[in-house]
Each structure stands twice: as structure tokens, then as C-alpha cells.
Design a protein around this ligand. Sequence first.
Ligand SMILES: *[C@@H]1O[C@H](CO)[C@@H](O)[C@H](O)[C@H]1NC(C)=O
Ligand SMILES: *[C@@H]1O[C@H](CO)[C@@H](O)[C@H](O)[C@H]1NC(C)=O
Ligand SMILES: *[C@@H]1O[C@H](CO)[C@@H](O)[C@H](O)[C@H]1NC(C)=O
Ligand SMILES: *[C@@H]1O[C@H](CO)[C@@H](O)[C@H](O)[C@H]1NC(C)=O
Ligand SMILES: *[C@@H]1O[C@H](CO)[C@@H](O)[C@H](O)[C@H]1NC(C)=O
Length: 334
Amino acid sequence: MDHKTNTTLLFSLLFFITHLSNALSKDLCNENDKNTLLKIKKSLNNPYHLASWHPETDCCSWYCLECGDATVNHRVISLTLFAGQISGQLPPAGGDLPYLQKLVFRKLTNLTGQIPHSITKLKYLTFLWLSWTNLTGPVPDFLSQLVNLDYLNLSFNELSGSVPSSLSLLPKLTYIDLSRNKLTGTMPESFGSFPGEVPYLILSHNQLSGSTPKSLGNLDFNRIDFSRNKLTGDASMLFGANKTTFSIDLSRNMFQFDLSRVVLPESLGVLDLNHNGITGSIPVQWTEYSLQILNVSYNRLCGPIPTGGSLQRFDSYIYFHNKCLCGAPLDSCK
Ligand SMILES: *[C@@H]1O[C@H](CO)[C@@H](O)[C@H](O)[C@H]1NC(C)=O
Ligand SMILES: *[C@@H]1O[C@H](CO)[C@@H](O)[C@H](O)[C@H]1NC(C)=O
Ligand SMILES: *[C@@H]1O[C@H](CO)[C@@H](O)[C@H](O)[C@H]1NC(C)=O
Ligand SMILES: *[C@@H]1O[C@H](CO)[C@@H](O)[C@H](O)[C@H]1NC(C)=O
Ligand SMILES: *[C@@H]1O[C@H](CO)[C@@H](O)[C@H](O)[C@H]1NC(C)=O
């Protein structure tokens, strides 16, 4: 072999080795996803929490992220930021992670601003959990475009405005938690029909007012929490013998209805009605079921507490401050 052939061979070999090692260390991360993530990092002011988000490394190995398998070409499917020193707004660039299924921003008190419209681009999103932040603005109507959404938790924020009725259009929702915000207005009429499963409905600790739409009586909720709002009128449609509801919390509102005719679902384990304007008496039927938690204090109930079931096992204070309830565990009726 002459010198020239030798050199060519050497170069070919080098070329081959370089390619081989490139192939072996090939990033799983999609280039577009990586660029988007670096944009997100920048828009959050390059927090220390995201120090592992380094352009020279495979983004599928970065902290807070998860890539899908080969069936989705290893695109980013989950972004979870929890309790970091993160300041800024929800990055609109998040909408450019088109395969995202799960988006979580939690315990980030310096996260401000509104939920960006770009989120509607996340067509595969099933899980949206934005909690314990300082997000403001409305619960956006456009969330109804996220047709695969299963879990929606926007609790413990500073959101205002009304509960968008369009949420009832989402066919796969099984959890709606909008508790501990500053929501006002009435319960949407549309919440009396969800196209798919009937979701857990948690709207507690807001400033919702008005009466509960009759339509909600058509649904068999598993769990309802409307506590600590300013809701008025009748809520008896939420009950009924043919439901399988487990938990109903209507405490600290201004509900007014006659309890005497309220038939509880057999499945009911938790019933909290404290601090309302509920009248009538406790139905005898209630002795047939084994409620684990009951609270009817601070209402306008009257008459004897029926004897039997779990009704005498509770502490007397769950019956306190009514108009004229009597009998064990309270004082006997005169
Ligand atoms: C939030 O921002 C304030 C003021 O810039 C800062 O003092 C605080 O440490 C930040 N908190 C978090 C959890 O990032
Ligand atoms: C975030 O909310 C907390 C209390 O909820 C408040 O003390 C703090 O000032 C807020 N921070 C910003 C940046 O708005
Ligand atoms: C929603 O988030 C809050 C705060 O992190 C949590 O306490 C609550 O259980 C969540 N709700 C549901 C329905 O998972
Ligand atoms: C439950 O009872 C209500 C009122 O009696 C009735 O309108 C409704 O159709 C019943 N639902 C089911 C699932 O049987
Ligand atoms: C029932 O409600 C009253 C009034 O809010 C409260 O003081 C009491 O602790 C509650 N009891 C239970 C067991 O929830």
C-alpha cells in the first residue's frame, strides 16, 4: 500500500468511527421539542431548578420531563414543574410541545399571569394541573378545545370570572377541581349534562352565587363539593335514592330547602350541610344508611333526631345550632 491509500483508509476509518459513535449517542430528543424547552427555560428566567436543561444533552434525560416511546418518536409527553424557585408567566411556548399529555405547574407562588391561549394547541393533553400558583385571569373558555382532557385541576390560584359552561363539552373529563380561587357568577346550567362520564365536581372556596340549576339533578355525581360559596335556594335535586353518590359537601353557603323529603343515595358516606338555611326535619330513612361523616349544624332543622343507624354515634355538635332538633345525642325532646 502506498502512502495515499493508507491515508484514505485511515480517513475512512475515522469517518466510520465518528458516525458510529454519533449513532450510538444519538439524542432521543426531538430537535423541535428541545428548542421549545430551551425557550421555556429562558422565559422562566433560566431557573436553577432547570439547570439540567442543557442544549448539549439529550432533552429526554432532563429534569421534570418525560419523553414517549418510539411510537411517538420520543416526543416530550410530560412536563411537571413542582416547588422550584421559578418566577415568570406560564410560557406560551408550552403550546409548541405538540405531543404533551401531561402538564403540571404546582407550588410555584411566583408564577403569575394568565393561562395562555397557546395551550389549545396541545391536542393530546389529558392531564392539566396548575395549583398553588399566583395565576390570575379567567378559567378560559378555550379549555373546552382540549378534547382529550381527563383531569382538570386549577385549584389554589387567583383565578376570577365565572365557571365556563363550555367545560361540559369535554367528553372525557372525570375531574374538575376549581376550588380556592376567586370565581364568581352562577353554576352553569350546562353542568347538568356531560357527554361522557360524570366528573368529580369540586368548586369549593370561591364566591359562586345563585341557585343550583335543576339540570344537575339529572346526573349521578360521585363527589360534589360546593362548600364555602354564596349559593342559595334548593339543592335537594343533588340527592335521590337512585344515585350512587359518595360525598356531598354543601357547607357554608346559603342553601334553603326542606330536608324532610330528601332521600339519600344508599352509597352516601359523607354529607356536610353545616352553615346553611336548611329547614324541616331529619328523615327517618336516614337511619337505614351508614354515613361515615355527617354535619347538619348551623341550620334551621327541627324535630327529633331519628333513632338508629349511625345517627346516634356522631358527636352532638354535628347537630348543634339548629332551630329545635332534639333527642340523642342532643337533649331529649320535651
Ligand atoms: C418569589 O419572588 C420573591 C421576590 O422576587 C423572592 O424573594 C422569593 O424567594 C421567590 N419565591 C420563590 C418560591 O421562588
Ligand atoms: C403570591 O401569592 C402569595 C400569597 O398567596 C403572596 O403573598 C405573594 O405576594 C404573591 N406573589 C406574587 C409574585 O404575586
Ligand atoms: C387538586 O389539587 C389540590 C392541590 O394540589 C389537591 O389538594 C386536590 O386534591 C386536587 N384535586 C383533585 C380532584 O385531585
Ligand atoms: C332517578 O329518579 C329521578 C326522579 O325520580 C328520575 O327522573 C330519573 O330518571 C331516575 N334516574 C335513573 C337513572 O333511574
Ligand atoms: C361540623 O360543622 C361545625 C360548624 O362548622 C364545625 O364546628 C364542626 O367541627 C363540624 N364537625 C365535623 C365532625 O365535621
